[in-house]
Every structure is written in structure tokens, then in C-alpha cells.
Design a protein around this ligand. Structure first.
Ligand code: SF4
Length: 103
């Protein structure tokens, strides 16, 4: 077990965080975006209560408000990460609700 922990950092498995550090030479942060979508389990197509593990914000509680453009959301998050951690690398992804369900 000790050998594995040494090989993959502090975890007994090859985590995405570890992989990204190895690939890019530093920690890569995530920026969660909100495209203003809904989902078929909330809009009545398949249901209206949503999945039991999903929050009222479509599990996008830490994503920006959907009324800001994606570009604005990314720039604001980049600035926050820079101010807080001097983060230079990130992956932006659509978090809130079901984004393949969008127009
Ligand atoms: S956004 Fe995803 S997790 Fe949340 S209720 Fe809809 S399908 Fe379920």
C-alpha cells in the first residue's frame, strides 16, 4: 500500500487531480459554469422533482449565475482563482443541470 501511495501521491488510486498535476506540472483547478439549462427530470418531461442527490440549483451551487455570459463566468472565475491561489491552469466545464439538454 505504501508503494502505491508514493506512486500516486497521497491517494491509493490514480486520481484525476494527480494525473493533471503530472501532465501539466501544477494543480489544475475546475471552473464550473452555468449555461442556464434545466433538465428533463425537473421540467416535467420525465419528472418534476429531480434526482434525490441533486440540489435545487441542479448541483450547480458553486457555478456562476446563468444570466452572465460563459465568457464573463470564465473571466470572473479565473480572476477569483488568481486572487486566491495564483492559479494559472484550469478546466472550465458546464456543471449546473443537464447541459446536453440545452438548445
Ligand atoms: S440536473 Fe441532473 S442530477 Fe439534477 S435532477 Fe436533473 S438529471 Fe438529476
Amino acid at each position: 500500500m505504501e508503494e502505491i501511495r508514493t506512486r500516486w501521491g497521497d491517494k491509493p488510486y490514480h486520481s484525476l487531480d494527480y494525473h493533471l498535476r503530472e501532465t501539466f506540472g501544477e494543480k489544475v483547478y475546475r471552473i464550473s459554469l452555468n449555461a442556464g439549462c434545466t433538465c428533463p427530470n425537473r421540467d416535467g418531461t420525465l419528472g418534476s422533482r429531480g434526482c434525490i442527490f441533486c440540489s435545487a440549483h441542479g448541483s450547480g451551487d458553486f457555478a456562476a449565475a446563468a444570466d452572465a455570459s460563459v465568457t464573463t463566468q470564465i473571466e470572473a472565475a479565473r480572476q477569483r482563482l488568481w486572487d486566491k491561489r495564483h492559479c494559472r491552469k484550469y478546466i472550465a466545464y458546464f456543471q449546473a443541470f443537464t447541459n446536453p439538454y440545452g438548445p
